[in-house]
Design a protein. Structure first.
Length: 396
């Protein structure tokens, strides 16, 4: 790319960075800055440099997984010395070979997860801190161990299956590669199930609550205030984090809040103001006539055929003139899909024949069970969207 194009991209980044700091649309500007930075990197790189960067991403991930195993990041954070922590100290504290530590930490510094301005000494940064929080310390081992065995065999799976788009959960790439589905694997690995629960909760930290993006008055207005009425059912809601935030930050909601998930998931959940009910969304929904049936990050786990069943189980419980379905999931743009979302689509395809869907795919899926989209809300590029769906006869 020409020098002029690089300068133009730099100017765009400067403009969007100012919007992020000063404007009311900070979230959208932040996403746009990230997109432009990626474009700038591609513009500066030669084609060979781009290919080599992509080729050598797997060793970076393996090094990160190993460093997470060794608990190196808490050591860096706990260092009392502003001079940083030496490779010798890290080796002593972890029991790993000093030479290995040096090699691993070179990668961590190159990834920006620490700094190393003098030989074999490493200092913590805010990125180091994130690796001591659930998003890093739980997310890295959970997602690496869950997905890598399948992703490493994905090209072979697709080749052997004549490059047919995986659409059956029972014959997904993960089922073929390791003999278990993602949820079977997690159920048989309690440690990783706990990591998964923690990681899924942490992914939402720092992001706006769904009811801050979606105009929740749409649900409140017209909702029954009878003490037995169910205001919102969080289906497959894991530990109930979303309901807890709604209960804490929007206490004016009418009716009751209900958390549903499998018995082993919700058995230890105890949150004020939230009731719980053991339930699989593959079964008919027992709670009838709720104001809203809420699904967050559920449908991307599953192919259309199973999503169709989940939705039918829910539609059968709805009051068509009163109930709503609220879906929080990605709605992929038709062009320039952000890098993380496009990669996550391949990951979901691999571990369960799941799908990150475009708007048209959502329209088609919901229409297949007699639902129509009543609105889509989000805060910008790369963020989850909130979809409100209603029975076709009740479109308003």
């Amino acid at each position: 790319m020409s020098t002029t194009s690089i300068i133009d991209l730099t100017d765009q980044i400067r403009k969007e960075a100012l919007n992020e700091s000063n404007g009311p649309q900070g979230g959208q500007s932040h996403a746009r800055v990230l997109q432009l930075v990626d474009e700038l990197k591609l513009a500066v790189e030669t084609p060979t440099e781009t290919i080599l960067r992509l080729i050598y991403q797997p060793p970076e991930n393996a090094a990160l997984r190993t460093v997470a195993d060794l608990d190196v990041f808490p050591i860096l954070m706990s260092s009392e010395s502003k001079k940083g922590t030496s490779a010798t100290e890290i080796a002593k504290l972890t029991g790993a070979d000093r030479g290995l530590i040096i090699r691993l930490m070179r990668v961590m510094a190159s990834l920006g997860l620490c700094t190393s301005s003098e030989p074999e000494v490493y200092r913590a940064t805010e990125k180091t801190a994130s690796m001591t929080q659930p998003i890093g310390k739980d997310g890295v081992p959970c997602i690496y161990d869950l997905t890598l065995p399948t992703l490493s065999k994905l090209p072979e799976y697709l080749r052997r299956h004549n490059y047919i788009n995986p659409q059956e959960y029972a014959t997904s790439p993960m089922k073929w590669a390791v003999g278990q589905s993602q949820f079977e694997w997690l159920a048989g690995n309690k440690k990783h199930q706990d990591l998964f629960n923690s990681y899924m909760s942490s992914r939402r930290e720092g992001k706006p609550n769904w009811f801050s993006v979606y105009p929740i008055q749409r649900l409140v207005e017209g909702a029954s205030d009878h003490p037995d009425a169910i205001f919102l059912v969080d289906i497959g809601g894991n530990q109930g984090h979303d309901l807890a935030r709604l209960h804490a930050e929007y206490p004016a909601y009418p009716g009751r809040l209900m958390l549903q998930d499998l018995p082993n998931i919700i058995s230890s959940v105890d949150r004020p103001g939230i009731e719980k009910s053991a339930y699989s969304f593959l079964d008919p929904q027992p709670i009838k006539n709720a104001r809203a049936y809420y699904f967050r990050a559920i449908f991307h786990d599953w192919p259309d055929r199973i999503c169709h069943k989940i939705l039918l189980n829910t539609v059968s419980a709805m009051n068509p003139l009163y109930s709503r379905i609220i879906i929080v999931d990605f709605v992929l743009p038709d062009t320039d899909v952000p890098r993380m979302q496009s990669a996550m689509d391949i990951q979901m395809m691999s571990i369960g024949a799941g799908v990150e869907r475009s708007k048209q795919q959502w329209v088609n899926l919901l229409a297949s069970v007699g639902l129509q989209i009543n609105g889509i809300w989000n805060t910008g590029l790369g963020m989850e969207s909130i979809i409100e769906a209603v029975p076709v006869a009740d479109l308003s």
